[in-house]
Design a protein around this ligand. Structure first.
Ligand SMILES: Cc1cc2nc3c(=O)[nH]c(=O)nc-3n(C[C@H](O)[C@H](O)[C@H](O)COP(=O)(O)OP(=O)(O)OC[C@H]3O[C@@H](n4cnc5c(N)ncnc54)[C@H](O)[C@@H]3O)c2cc1C
Ligand SMILES: *[C@@H]1O[C@H](CO)[C@@H](O)[C@H](O)[C@H]1NC(C)=O
Ligand SMILES: *[C@@H]1O[C@H](CO)[C@@H](O)[C@H](O)[C@H]1NC(C)=O
Ligand SMILES: *[C@@H]1O[C@H](CO)[C@@H](O)[C@H](O)[C@H]1NC(C)=O
Length: 506
């Protein structure tokens, strides 16, 4: 316990009081920069080729994909491009009007590398457009005579208008070429639908990668915050719901001293390859993230939800994944992370107060998960009043004491609300949280099939990958420590490493 209070000192609190406004600006500028790298400022459709086709399409959060097969020398294709882009603008990129629904992509069949790919789809003329669930495109194909293929030839998409009409028919929607951002009636805000949280696996990836971008942009890794970051990374390596983020966190952790040398922000290192150049190259959740939009945490206004919603979801999903023996460590890691790295002064301060008021160490994961849940509800209760007064909330997502009856009726003992709150059945709440943030919110793709031991097996596998990638003794030591007793030893090993490696200020 004393450790928490030690690190959560007032000094670092004051040094980071740059305020919440820079948070949104910072992350937005990063995302815009990333977008511009992908195929120029005006291309919304994603360029695919044989080497990235399966991975990009397989990893997309979108429900559907459109693939345009074309040839760069074909004049008809060049004339078609503005039409296709007009539609892609709606669905792709950080400024998409309707993100996460349809991935619009193209493959240049005139490039040698794509010959086989184009053959698989029996491409006979240009441009040729296909529609289908992304999974069906991966390792899939199309033949003219195939009757029941889930991949369909788009036979009426010659202009932007006709393409959007075709898509509307398929999806029973009313997308319009003139739709503007955050004016959309397609946003589902059914708070009583328990499966919505499955979409949040994209949000926890987005929040993880955005958090690290912000940490770098704001040069927040300092000698007094390094240990906190390492702790949080340890938690992510072991328990992040997304396998890609576990793997990336392991990479950062194993290489931490190289990626984040103690003098990474020193004046002599500025200008040339500073911290952004080293850790900045690291995509903690893989190349496809950040995407620049949110799925579960998407607000109906342009400045609501998003990052802070994603952070809550990540924290809850960690809290239901830890073992009893890790509960105090997880508590400390999360408190310190929010305190040192969440660029929202009010949030940090309030959360810090709640952390500090915990009087005895957590012994069970149950207690920690319930603590986090009730802390979140305290924030909700306070913000409910504030937002009602200031009108700053998201009208489609009003704050509430959570979970509402519709999500978990057994969580409330009596339907009548007692004097200052609801009478909860804590065991039912815990069961609900575990199912909601644990079972339903899991990595899609590979992770789904080996849910049972995924956590442990996946962890070892992730570490094996990163330990192979960098043949450093530290990596090996880490892997051994992990193999022997998983997370506890890892934490322990790292803490002693940090102690012996660097002078500590506190
Ligand atoms: C650590 C932390 C501290 C914050 N402190 C402040 C603050 O002091 N002032 C401020 O203005 N904003 C604060 N925020 C931001 C604020 O809490 C919301 O994240 C933001 O307003 C967006 O709200 P939202 O509607 O997306 O729902 P969020 O509150 O972000 O919740 C995200 C989702 O989690 C689920 N959820 C809701 N309540 C619970 C619960 N009790 N347990 C488990 N799951 C739940 C719901 O599905 C909800 O949609 C804080 C955020 C964090 C992460
Ligand atoms: C395939 O596309 C990726 C991403 O656009 C690019 O980096 C790569 O160089 C391309 N490969 C070839 C052979 O063109
Ligand atoms: C919300 O989701 C619940 C649970 O899936 C469902 O029963 C209900 O009909 C949905 N409500 C709306 C308005 O879609
Ligand atoms: C958010 O929306 C408001 C009103 O629609 C607009 O004035 C503002 O510029 C938008 N902000 C951003 C960052 O897009």
């Amino acid at each position: 316990m004393s450790q928490v209070l030690l690190v959560l000192n007032l000094l670092s609190l004051l040094s980071l009081s740059s305020g919440a406004t820079s948070l949104s600006l910072g992350s937005r500028s990063i995302l815009r920069a990333i977008d511009n790298e992908n195929g120029g400022p005006h291309d919304y459709a994603v360029d695919l080729n044989a080497s990235n086709f399966d991975s990009v399409i397989g990893d997309t959060p979108a429900t559907f994909a459109v693939v345009e097969f074309f040839a760069h020398w074909c004049p008809a294709c060049r004339n078609y491009k503005p039409h296709y882009e007009k539609v892609a603008r709606l669905f792709n990129g950080p400024d998409a009007v309707h993100p996460g629904i349809i991935l619009m992509s193209r493959v240049d069949c005139a490039l040698k590398i794509n010959t086989k790919l184009c053959d698989k789809f029996s491409v006979v003329h240009y441009p040729m457009l296909f529609w289908g669930p992304p999974a069906k495109f991966v390792a899939g194909g199309w033949e003219p005579k195939q009757e029941k293929s889930e991949i369909r030839l788009i036979d009426d998409g010659r202009t932007a208008d006709r393409l959007i009409n075709w898509i509307n028919k398929q999806t029973d929607s009313s997308f319009g070429l003139d739709d503007e951002k955050f004016e959309n009636e397609h946003l589902s805000s059914n708070v009583s639908d328990p499966v919505q949280i499955a979409r949040a696996v994209y949000d926890v990836e987005e929040v993880t990668s955005t958090a690290f971008e912000i940490i770098l942009e704001h040069k927040m890794i300092k000698s007094e915050t390094r240990a906190s970051l390492i702790k949080f990374l340890q938690l992510l390596v072991a328990h992040h719901p997304s396998r890609r983020c576990r793997r990336g966190s392991a990479d950062v952790l194993v290489n931490f001293d190289d990626l984040c040398p103690l003098d990474m922000w020193s004046p002599s290192k500025q200008g040339d390859n500073n911290g952004e150049g080293t850790l900045g190259n690291f995509q903690i959740c893989g190349k496809g993230v950040p995407r620049g939009y949110w799925m579960f945490c998407r607000g109906s206004k342009n400045d609501t939800r998003g990052f802070s919603c994603g952070l809550w979801v990540l924290l809850h999903s960690l809290s239901v994944r830890i073992e009893d023996g890790e509960s105090q460590f997880a508590f400390t890691a999360i408190c310190e992370f929010v305190h040192n790295f969440f660029v929202c002064e009010e949030c940090r301060q309030h959360f810090y107060d709640m952390c500090s008021s915990v009087s005895s160490p957590f012994k069970t994961s149950r207690d920690f998960a319930l603590w986090l849940w009730s802390a979140h509800n305290k924030v909700n209760e306070r913000l409910f009043k504030e937002e009602a007064f200031l009108g700053t909330g998201d009208p489609k997502f009003p704050k509430m004491i959570w979970p509402p009856k519709q999500l978990c009726s057994s969580c409330r003992l009596s339907q009548s609300e007692k004097n200052n709150g609801i009478d909860w059945d804590q065991e039912e709440v815990l069961k609900f949280l575990t199912n909601y943030y644990g079972k339903i919110l899991v990595s899609l793709r590979k992770d789904k099939k080996n849910l049972g031991n995924d956590r442990f097996d996946g962890f070892l596998e992730d570490l094996a990958v990163s330990a192979n990638a960098v043949a450093v003794p530290l990596g090996a030591a880490l892997a051994i420590a992990v193999a022997s007793c998983a997370f506890g030893a890892l934490a322990c090993c790292w803490r002693s490493q940090q102690k012996s490696r660097k002078p500590r200020r506190s």
